[in-house]
Design a protein around this ligand. Structure first.
Ligand SMILES: *[C@@H]1O[C@H](CO)[C@@H](O)[C@H](O)[C@H]1NC(C)=O
Ligand SMILES: *[C@@H]1O[C@H](CO)[C@@H](O)[C@H](O)[C@H]1NC(C)=O
Ligand SMILES: *[C@@H]1O[C@H](CO)[C@@H](O)[C@H](O)[C@H]1NC(C)=O
Length: 613
């Protein structure tokens, strides 16, 4: 669109002074990452126009209506901006015919972002950005044994569409497409991959063993009040059976390998705590503790059993409680309480108390009352009869989390080697429908990426075998319940959503290629098959990639071609996902074409556009 204006140039400049309550409402703060502050102190020159305007920064301005004349004294005159002959917006005009258009209008009109920020020398400036999303540039070449893509930056469990982390399974329950919640294989694989990646990049966590079967009175004041508590000697570790929810490496090996050389780093003293009573209180000595909120413990209920963890604000003014009980109910609003399973076996629990608290607040529709970093564990109260061991607070427990994800994948892989998705998925307002039980190339691919990494991490073939089994669905067409399809009967494609007709979602396809690559590099069997899928997939990618290029961004999929509907434009975060994927892929391929495309797509993030005729 072009504005036709008689006088030479009329610049669209923001009236900083008008930015106030009105427009801040429109900025998507949730999506807006704080931009890097501009360095240097030459800003007064660069942002000179601002100082003329700021003194009256008070009158809120609403779209289409100027409320107040207070700018007149600066030589500004109120003027209507007529937009495409359809409606008008209140603007200002200076004596030399410059027109100032309110940013809240520009923001919506062009779908761009902006906010007031402070520079390092405390100067307020307006920061305008074309997109809200950022590119993760690979620091080194993609390595199938190491961190998965840029996923060490992700924190899957805090996403809105994660309802909670199941106490029974140790993996997220998703509300995506199914508000009641379901285990969504893609989310679980991503949860595993992000924790795997973090465990490599963030180093060893800080660990405080609060209790390992000896009374560790360094950390605790124990109040028993008419209950029983005693040290219980375990003859051997045989009671630690395979059904625990949070296995350590040793337990994983034993569970799947029948390999008995269990060498856990904890519980080497064969002593556990026996508790029996209504309220056995372990109060932490504050001075000794950090604000670590990752709690792990091993517990074997002998009867009904629960424990409550108290989180106190550092100021001491507030205290919140979360409970855990041996029930099969994932979440009970009373308490609130997370269930960790009924069976009377050893359970190895690892809980992110901050996440549990946050999710409980969301489910109970309460506002999060306090920042997590200002909370610490003040006490734990055990109730009922159980054996307890290895109560640990740590700064993180990434290993435990990705083990849980891997374990879920092993337990839930079906006869076809797949992880069926048990909800209905509708695309294009219901024009495309996937009935429960569909498979996704993205789920298969990311599961393969996690399983192959686990294989290299612990060296156990069981993970490689599961990853190889996951391959067979890559040979089943969407019509036959798989996700393999062709573009114009020619280019092989693996579908994130195996709709009929095909939807050709780009990001899910590329994730599936990374899975194929990881398996290709790790394979023992079917090596030629996986090699071929990967090669053909890459060829398709290179041939079809330009179809996703809009000249100012990218398309999410090709449904406009399949369904002859309007195109689905990728949101900025999906656009950057496309770029990230190409950049990582190209650390392997070093392909000139991919490099050119990714550079162009990066340009779109800054408002660059392809030339027109
Ligand atoms: C215009 O806005 C200023 C600042 O908010 C206020 O003091 C003044 O009374 C307003 N004038 C009118 C005519 O509303
Ligand atoms: C178990 O751990 C100890 C101490 O870390 C080590 O010396 C020993 O070799 C390990 N045993 C096995 C079977 O891995
Ligand atoms: C893939 O499926 C086709 C038939 O649909 C079959 O001929 C071929 O052997 C299969 N390939 C693999 C590697 O299983």
């Amino acid at each position: 669109m072009r504005l036709r204006i008689r006088r030479s140039h009329i610049y669209l400049i923001l009236i900083l002074g008008l930015l106030s309550i009105g427009w801040t409402l429109f900025i998507r703060l949730d999506k807006f990452k704080t931009p890097p502050l501009i360095e240097g102190n030459d800003l007064s020159e660069k942002y000179k126009f601002k100082s003329n305007l700021s003194p009256t920064a008070s009158a809120p301005i609403l779209l289409g209506k100027i409320e107040n004349d207070s700018f007149r004294c600066f030589g500004f005159k109120k003027i209507d901006c007529l937009i495409n002959n359809e409606y008008s917006v209140g603007c200002y005009k200076t004596s030399d015919d410059m027109v100032y258009v309110p940013f809240n209008f520009i923001r919506r009109y062009f779908d761009i972002y902006g906010k007031l920020i402070k520079t390092p020398n405390k100067q307020e400036i307006f920061n305008w950005e074309h997109s809200y999303s950022k590119v993760y540039y690979p620091k080194e070449a993609y390595d199938y044994k190491s961190t998965y893509l840029w996923f060490d930056n992700y924190n899957v469990e805090v996403r809105d569409r994660v309802k909670l982390i199941s106490g029974l399974k140790g993996v997220p329950i998703s509300t995506q497409w199914e508000p009641r919640g379901h285990f969504y294989p893609i989310q679980i694989a991503q949860f595993g991959l992000s924790h795997f990646s973090k465990s490599l990049t963030l180093g060893k966590p800080r660990v405080t063993i609060l209790e390992d079967g000896f009374f560790k009175q360094d950390y605790w004041h124990v109040a028993v009040k008419g209950s029983r508590i005693q040290i219980h000697s375990m003859e051997d570790n045989s009671e630690i059976d395979a059904e625990t929810s949070f296995p350590t490496i040793g337990e994983m090996k034993r569970a799947f390998n029948d390999n008995n050389d269990n060498n856990n780093t904890v519980n080497i003293n064969n002593k556990v705590l026996f508790v029996d009573g209504e309220a056995i209180t372990f109060k932490l000595k504050r001075k000794k503790m950090h604000n670590d909120l990752t709690l792990s413990l091993r517990v074997k209920p002998l009867d009904k059993f629960s424990f409550t963890v108290y989180l106190q604000s550092d100021s001491g003014n507030y205290e919140y409680a979360i409970s855990y009980a041996n029930t099969n109910i994932d979440f009970d609003e009373n308490g609130p309480t997370y269930g960790f399973g009924e069976s009377k076996v050893w359970h190895h629990l690892t809980r992110e108390l901050g996440v549990d608290f946050q999710k409980a607040c969301t489910i109970l529709d309460k506002k999060l009352p306090i920042k997590m970093k200002n909370l610490h564990v003040s006490k734990i109260i055990f109730k009922g009869k159980a054996l307890i061991d290895d109560v640990i607070l740590s700064s993180s427990a990434h290993e435990s989390h990705f083990f849980s994800a891997v374990r879920w994948l092993l337990e839930n892989q079906d006869d076809l080697g797949g992880w069926p998705i048990k909800t209905t998925r509708k695309l294009s307002n219901g024009a495309l429908i996937l009935k429960p039980g569909w498979y996704s190339a993205m789920a298969q691919g990311q599961a393969i990426s996690l399983l192959t990494r686990m294989y290299h991490y612990v060296g156990d073939e069981i993970y490689l075998k599961a990853a190889t089994r996951a391959l067979s669905l890559f040979n089943v067409s969407s019509e036959k319940g798989g996700f393999r399809t062709y573009f114009l009967d020619k280019y092989l494609w693996f579908e994130e959503y195996p709709t009929i007709p095909s939807s050709f979602v780009l990001n899910g396809f590329i994730y599936s290629l990374f899975g194929l690559y990881d398996l290709k590099m790790s394979c023992a069997k079917q090596c030629e098959t996986v090699e071929e899928y990967f090669k053909k997939g890459l060829e398709s990618l290179k041939h079809l990639l330009s179809l996703y290029d809009t000249g100012s961004g990218t398309l999410y999929d090709l449904r406009h071609f399949s369904l002859k509907t309007e195109p689905k434009i990728a949101r900025w975060d999906y656009h950057t996902t496309h770029i990230n994927q190409l950049l990582y892929l190209n650390t392997l391929l070093k392909d000139q074409y991919l490099s050119t495309v990714s550079k162009r797509w990066i340009g779109y993030l800054k408002g660059k556009r392809a030339a027109h005729n």
